[in-house]
Design a protein around this ligand. Structure first.
Ligand SMILES: O=P(O)(O)OC[C@H]1O[C@](O)(COP(=O)(O)O)[C@@H](O)[C@@H]1O
Ligand SMILES: [Mg+2]
Ligand SMILES: [Mg+2]
Length: 364
């Protein structure tokens, strides 16, 4: 294989931080710790059954359920441990929060505390682990409140309740045919491919941009009877293709690993919907605001795409709980804006052309 000199993740970070002459290096060190956790998870994922990595978490044969009420996979638990262990000692963090931990995670007293908060979904797409389909990790970095940093107090949940626009950085790792790290430090989006021989993330995709238009959508259609009228209208129009008001045919995908869908959309455009629905009154959406919707929303917006609840920009939502769920729509800008317009015109959506409704696959 020809040796192709490229920027490593470290070199990229050093160059980015030159924009902040006062930076002390904590931020770069934190991102490198996160990247190390992702490399460790990539190895664990790659060993699969050979490493005894498949199946549900044992917890002394009783299994275990996370705060979401979901059965934890072995790899959910292992990935969470990699994230906490790689990041708790560096002195960059005031605390962490994760999909797999009920409460905020305190930096152990033997380690120094820092000024950032790390929030993560250690393994996204868990249902795909056992069938060898791409999974990933998603992370978001926030600033800890000044007073918490100065006093060195334990973090509390409310410290994490910051709108997505406040994120200092966000990204994801994708454990697919290649392992990639996609990162935004607030200055566009860059993609790094893990060189398995060197063990380094190399810059392979600089200044990523989501195409503004698309003919590809992703939604779990088995939930169609629970969708709200604007979502039904949008999907019906996509399905009608050339014969409907959109006047063009659409393609559909559903991987059930949001991180993999986000990556596809970043590479070639598209729109992803896991909208608010009426399936379970206690859950106003499937995905989680702090460690799924916000970081992916940040990446999308930094790449010229858009992320929304359908009713408001995702990055403007004020969080109220650590594991809050929310309807999430993201991807190609013009398509997300169209879906937002449909939400803003409920009356029209209800009216739904009757002839068209006759042909609707997903009519309620
Ligand atoms: O099974 P469904 O309802 O299609 O849900 C799939 C969604 O659930 C998720 O797997 C949720 O993430 P976790 O695996 O981290 O719980 C998303 O990645 C994916 O989009
Ligand atoms: Mg997830
Ligand atoms: Mg997860």
């Amino acid at each position: 294989m020809p040796l192709n000199k490229r920027f490593t993740l470290t070199q990229y970070l050093i160059q980015e931080r030159r924009r902040f002459p006062d930076a002390r290096g904590d931020f770069n060190a934190l991102i490198l710790d996160v990247a190390l956790a992702c490399k460790a998870i990539a190895r664990a994922v790659a060993f699969g059954e050979l490493g005894g990595m498949l199946g549900n978490h044992d917890a002394d044969a009783g299994g275990s359920i996370n705060v979401q009420g979901e059965t934890q996979k072995k790899l959910d638990v292992i990935s969470n441990q990699y994230f906490t262990r790689m990041n708790e000692w560096g002195g960059h963090l005031a605390g962490m929060a994760s999909e797999e931990m009920d409460d905020a995670y305190q930096i152990p007293p033997e380690h120094p505390r820092g000024k950032y908060l790390l929030v993560f979904d250690p393994l996204d797409g868990s249902s795909n682990i056992d069938v060898n389909v791409s999974v990933g990790s998603i992370f978001s970095i926030l600033r800890a409140p000044q007073e918490a940093v100065e006093s060195g107090r334990d973090v509390v949940e409310a410290d994490f309740f910051q709108p997505g626009a406040e994120q200092v950085a966000a990204g994801y790792a994708l454990y697919g045919p290649t392992t990639m790290l996609v990162l935004s430090v607030g200055n566009g989006v860059a993609g790094f491919t893990l060189d398995p021989m060197l063990g380094e993330f190399m810059l392979t995709h600089d200044k990523l941009q989501v195409p503004e238009n698309t003919q590809e959508f992703a939604i779990n259609a088995s939930n169609s009877r629970f969708w709200e009228p604007p979502v039904k209208r949008y999907v019906d129009e996509c399905l009608a293709g050339k014969t409907g008001p959109r006047d063009k045919d659409f393609n559909m995908r559903w991987i059930a690993s949001m991180v993999a869908e986000a990556h596809r959309i970043l590479m070639r455009g598209g729109v992803f919907l896991y909208p608010r629905d009426s399936k379970d009154a206690a859950k106003p959406g499937r995905l989680r605001l702090l460690y799924e919707a916000n970081p992916i929303g940040f990446i999308m917006e930094q790449a010229g795409g858009r992320a929304s609840t359908g009713r408001e920009p995702m990055l403007g939502v004020q969080p109220t709980s650590l594991h809050q769920r929310i309807g999430l729509i993201f991807g190609s800008k013009n398509e997300v804006e169209r879906i937002e317009r449909y939400h803003a015109e409920p009356a029209r959506a209800e009216m739904h052309n009757p002839l068209f409704a006759e042909r609707s696959l997903f009519r309620s």
